[in-house]
Ligand binder design. Sequence first.
Ligand code: BEZ
Length: 238
Amino acid sequence: METIQQDNISMPRIGELAPAFKAVTTQGEIHFPKQYAGSWVILFSHPADFTPVCTSEFMTFASMEQQFADANCKLVGLSVDGLYSHIAWLRTIKEKIEYKGMKNVEVKFPLIEDITMEVARKYGMIQPGESSTKAVRAVFFIDPKGVIRAIIYYPLSLGRNFDELYRVIVALQAADTFSVAMPADWRPGDDVIVPPAGSCGVAKDRMEGKEEMTCHDWFFCMKKIAKEAIMKAVLKQK
Ligand code: BEZ
């Protein structure tokens, strides 16, 4: 593989405040992340309008918009195309494209025009080893206080897994609500991980089964939270 000269690319990190910007979108001007305070938001980029992988992704995002909204999560897209390209592409999707049972799909969430790449650069969406003229498929999960809580990057050639994006939003909110952590491949209804014991006494109690949890060892204890309780906690935050 060709070696790429690294320039000074800023990469926002988990736990940091989402970089602020003002932008023109298909839904008017937005002030990010200020106007999303109090709500979760997924800020995502795609490489280009009028391309097939991106079209399949946009139709899926738009079809799941209400599902994300029910989990108190808004969507904001971005590419380095201009506003009129965005408008024409979204109109084509609605009027002409039928894909996997989805048709007449209207994209109602804002799609940012970023022809100067100012926002894409701020968010580390331009990754020159992949492309210096198109954004990669970045996904930033931002909480109601404007803090970046998870980041996923995909290359140009791979469409995102939307079950995973929704799982991340549910898992982050559930982890916050119940002060627990989620194990590999966790899904609502699966056991969750309780914080490590703060003292030898608590660790001993856990190992002796005195608390309602299952311990694989003193540092690895799990408890049940019903799927209904998880979904109630996530969906009630609307
Ligand atoms: C696509 O969305 O199909 C695509 C976009 C840019 C490069 C490769 C594929």
